[in-house]
Design a protein around this ligand. Structure first.
Ligand SMILES: Nc1ncnc2c1ncn2[C@@H]1O[C@H](COP(=O)(O)OP(=O)(O)OP(=O)(O)O)[C@@H](O)[C@H]1O
Ligand SMILES: O=P(O)(O)OC[C@H]1O[C@H](OP(=O)(O)OP(=O)(O)O)[C@H](O)[C@@H]1O
Ligand SMILES: O=C(O)c1cccnc1
Ligand SMILES: [Mg+2]
Length: 664
């Protein structure tokens, strides 16, 4: 119970009790007090042997979407497997529950296990829809009730997270790498671990979370922080500059190589060596010596700002506002800035993701990113007279005059690129290939294009074709909308590092899975509500997914367990559960029975997939959904229906249970 380690490697084995380790936090007392007080009251009222059926389901999909990925099943099964109140649990309950609880109840609890429970579920990683139970549990009322909160906590966040990750994967496309960087921002340590695990399930490629890597066998990846760059201020601080040539083994001075390349590169990149940071160079050289085969550097340490921080242009109607440094301008203030191609961008003053809108040029490629031209498009003056009276000493007043991009912005970014390229070329001299860069601020579309063009230039000039393929990682408060917007603008990002929005599911922080009693001792139970959406689907049910001839999922159908399953090629009447007039005949080309028995007689009775297999399942299952159900904007709801038999049953029961009002 107190195992510190969580094991994930359960694939390919039928589990015996005690073989599976689980997060030590997941234990029978991880529940709401009312489950235990109810258990006592059930016990007192002789309901110990009542047989109950509970459904675990959600009522609406998260993130304004029309699908949910079911995740967390394996953890539920581990929980059932280890369900047992320890002596100290019982002792704690004795002290905590109200006085007068009979001793025999504690003895009963002490012997309670999940042996007599049967759990049915849809496969982990499958797309799921509102109202179709993802788990169905049968067994003695007390124990099945006691499982409620823990099962919900294991399924809700896992499914929300997997769904969130799957949505990021869909907007990013399959060729872009997605890394989860959220541990520091997650809802505590356990939230962080679950986020790493289920974002991998949903389609991320790896995590920066090392413990998650160890526990779940997920690829761990990462770059470095700004602190590493800022910890150096000059090359004099380098304790070593030496690196062995990868092939010859001869020791060489990497800094010397880097400085030589930097000189040559400065012409190509139009940034003088004086303008680039020496501390940054030193940091990159030292990092490259530490990781010659894995050199990946942050290039935005020194003042890469969004284009919002643009310096004033010759257009007196265009004014720059800067958040962090107050550039005083004598130009007429308006909201907006100009792109190098001459387009004036007017801000509506509304901040979107922290950036003034609109950034998008909407033409699907990178109009501003031309190293050879930027920052001097034809329409820009080459007047050497500064048009600003800037309080910021870094504001450019170079001989090329002011441009649409403030010199300190672009120069500083190019300082990062200059130093990176110099060190990467130095490594190349010694037989190593650098990996790439990370950009963590500013306009990620623009800067990624600028970086890619720089790499292409370097590749050509220095005859290093692999430079074209350097990886560009982008991070900084990225969410689904940011990725969609970056796609529209055109970007050259190969990998997104995503933290806060992903792990906190900022767009919708909870999935509303509920756990409802639907049958007791063979008698269906219905929970009525003014809100028709909250009326439960009574009785012990089976769920089927009906497919069209082209392999797409058409509809999910709930039936009473006593009904024969729908058959391929045969017409089935599918009814909306509550709206009488909504019904359709479906002739399925394929019928999938959604439930499998996962737990029975104290044993897991299916071969559990590995995390990797669940991850694959997510993508396979998503493919069965039509695109209109998956699109981000106004997706079509997927249909969930009940059989005619179940429809009539629900409505009869509803009438029986709804009290008849009296008008007076
Ligand atoms: N081209 C782009 N299109 C849309 N959103 C972008 C683009 N580039 C960056 N973003 C997003 O805009 C936001 C930029 O945040 P912000 O304005 O705080 O800039 P910043 O560069 O991080 O500044 P600071 O260094 O002050 O934090 C981030 O959420 C980022 O993901
Ligand atoms: O932006 P997120 O999606 O949450 O991704 C993770 C962030 O964590 C790091 O920032 P850090 O903690 O160093 O602070 P920062 O916000 O100042 O960059 C990293 O540089 C990313 O910006
Ligand atoms: O490895 C990284 O680059 C990283 C890890 C965590 C958070 N931000 C960045
Ligand atoms: Mg950041």
């Amino acid at each position: 119970m107190n195992d510190r380690e969580m094991s994930c490697n359960t694939g390919g084995q039928f589990m015996d009790r005690g073989r599976m380790n689980q997060n030590g936090v997941v234990q029978p007392l991880l529940t709401d007090l009312y489950q235990i007080t109810m258990a006592y009251a059930y016990w007192k009222s002789g309901k110990t042997d009542d047989q109950a059926v509970f459904d675990l389901f959600f009522r609406s999909n998260p993130f304004h979407g029309e699908f949910t990925i079911f995740a967390g099943l394996e953890e539920c099964l581990k929980f059932l497997d280890s369900f047992h109140y320890s002596d100290s649990d019982i002792e704690y309950l004795r002290q905590t529950l109200p006085e007068g609880i009979e001793n025999e109840f504690f003895e009963y609890l002490g012997n309670l296990t999940a042996r007599d429970v049967t759990l049915y579920a849809i496969d982990e990683g499958t797309v799921a829809f509102p109202r179709v139970p993802i788990i169905k549990i049968e067994g003695p009322l007390i124990i099945v009730q006691l499982l409620e909160t823990t099962l919900l906590t294991l399924v809700n966040y896992a499914s929300l997270m997997a769904t969130n990750a799957a949505r990021y994967r869909m907007v990013a496309g399959k060729h872009v790498k997605l890394l989860e960087f959220g541990l520091r921002r997650a809802q505590g340590p356990d939230g962080g671990l679950s986020a790493s695990k289920y974002s991998y399930t949903g389609g991320f490629d790896g995590t920066s979370n090392v413990l998650a890597g160890k526990l779940f066998n997920i690829p761990v990846k990462g770059t470095h922080a700004h602190a590493y760059i800022t910890s150096f201020s000059s090359v004099g601080e380098l304790k070593t500059r030496l690196l062995k040539h990868k092939q010859t083994g001869i020791t060489e001075d990497l800094l010397e190589h880097a400085i030589r390349h930097r000189q040559l590169l400065s012409h190509l990149l139009d940034v003088s060596t004086e303008e680039s940071s020496e501390g940054e160079l030193a940091a990159m050289v030292s990092y490259a010596i530490a990781f010659p085969d894995g050199f990946m550097a942050l290039v935005d340490t020194y003042d890469v700002k969004s284009r919002e921080t643009l310096e004033v242009t010759q257009d007196p109607t265009v004014q720059t506002e800067t958040k962090s440094r107050q550039i005083q301008t004598n130009a007429t203030p308006t909201n907006g800035y100009k792109l190098p191609n001459g387009t004036k961008v007017t801000s509506n003053g509304k901040k979107s993701n922290g950036l003034v809108d609109p950034i998008s040029t909407g033409n699907g490629h990178c109009p501003q990113a031309s190293v050879s031209q930027a920052p001097m498009p034809a329409s820009i003056t080459t007047d050497t007279t500064p048009q600003t009276t800037a309080t910021n000493s870094k504001t450019s007043t170079s001989s090329k005059g002011t441009a649409y991009l403030p010199k300190y912005v672009e120069k500083s970014f190019r300082s990062g690129l200059l130093n990176f390229s110099a060190v990467a070329l130095a490594l190349n001299d010694l037989g190593y290939y650098a990996l790439g860069i990370r950009i963590d601020s500013g306009d990620l579309a623009y800067l990624s294009c600028l970086a890619r063009e720089t790499f292409e230039k370097v590749a050509e000039r220095f005859k290093v074709p692999w430079f074209n393929k350097l990886t560009i990682v982008a991070s900084n408060d990225i969410n689904e909308d940011t990725i969609l917007s970056l796609n529209e603008q055109g970007h050259k990002i190969d990998c997104f590092g995503i933290g806060t929005h992903l792990v906190t599911c900022q767009r919708q922080p909870a999935l509303g899975c509920v756990y409802k009693l639907v049958e007791i001792n063979g008698q269906a139970r219905i929970k009525l509500s003014q809100d028709v959406e909250k009326v439960t689907m009574p009785g012990n049910k089976n769920a089927y997914r009906l497919y069209s001839a082209d392999g797409h999922a058409l509809i999910d159908l709930l039936q009473k367990v006593s009904e024969p399953p729908p058959a391929v090629g045969q017409k089935v009447l599918c009814r909306h559960p509550f709206q009488e007039s909504k019904r359709a005949y479906v002739i399925p080309s394929h019928v999938e029975s959604l439930y499998k028995v996962y737990w029975k007689s104290g044993k897991i009775c299916q071969q559990l997939p590995t995390l990797e297999q669940v991850r694959e399942k997510v993508q396979i299952s998503l493919k069965t959904l039509r695109n209109d159900h998956k699109r981000t904007l106004n997706p079509t709801p997927y249909k969930v229906a009940v059989s005619d038999n179940l429809y009539n049953f629900i409505h009869d029961l509803w009438l029986q249970n709804a009290p008849i009002g009296e008008l007076s």
